[in-house]
Design a protein around this ligand. Sequence first.
Ligand SMILES: *Cc1c(COP(=O)(O)O)cnc(C)c1O
Length: 363
Amino acid sequence: MQIKCNVLDRQFQMYQKEYEEAALRVLRSGWYVLGNEVEKFEEEFAAYTGRKYCVGLNSGLDALIMSLRALGVGGGDEVIVQSNTYIATVLGITENGAVPVFVEPDEYFNMDASKIENAITDKTKVILVTHLYGQASNMETITRIARDYHLELVEDCAQSHGARYNRKMTGTFGIAGCFSFYPTKNLGAFGDAGAVVTDDTEIAGQLRMMRNYGSKIRYYNEIEGVNSRLDEMQAALLRVKLKYIRELNDERKRLAKYYDIGIQNEKLILPMLREHAESIYHQYVIRCEKRKELQEFLQEKGIQTQIHYPIPPHLAQCYKRLGHTAGDFPIAEHLADTVLSLPIYTGMTEAEQQYVIEAVNAF
Ligand SMILES: *Cc1c(COP(=O)(O)O)cnc(C)c1O
């Protein structure tokens, strides 16, 4: 059996008729960027998260860059970020000329809240948390720290659409929740797309202006903006998928539970769930000291796996200038050497999952 890590066409087939109708509606409408579909999607996604506003953008990276910019983050400012996140989280900071200050993750792969206070200086402006792999971070402690130190809190929710902490949706704890709708995400579009959700009228207005060349009225440019407009096609297709996001997330939770129960191998550590936290299992990430052997073993059986992520941002070639060296963030470095993401996707069959479980157990 051949099993891929990401299978995207099965969710298309599940709702094919609705997707095709939505696509045709856009094609026939004569209006293709920032229109009725975008407005509707923004309303619906804001309602889903429970926030007042949603601003649709080009990508998750833009959501991060532009949120921090709207908060006035710039040269010399420091932003606290976890050391095992995806590079995009850190690019959101450095694109604004600010400095990432890394904090090690906890055993749930999220920012270790007990290490944040040590990282705060008088230059710190923002704590930027990533709800990595779909699991909500320790938001009770992190919100308290942000409040005590008068720091803004921004959430990278690119992997956590619908995940909650204490029943409260990720993306609603900080001033801004940044989402990506890249096709592989739990709420994935059919191209690039992203959004910011917020309750702050001023931030929402800033982002709306910023995404469209800095203008509210065409050709009257109030700020130096960018082009990060969401197109009607992605918005219309996302509106279809958003209707089913609860079921789609529930399916992943069910798949994760089967892995939890089925995988029995002392050489592996399975992902753990924090008390009060939910995960939507964007990835199902195991740890193994013999990862290379495990990955090759599975590959030989036709099972594709991925590593999220092989190089922590502080050691990425592009961030040489930050001056970090191996050993600076040993927990993130050890994770980079040992994590492995097993296949998990919409429409994964019982037989496929059983095949993966048996292979993993045979290692
Ligand atoms: C995917 C992702 C992003 C970036 O989203 P894009 O839409 O690809 O720009 C940012 N942060 C995390 C954690 C992600 O997984």
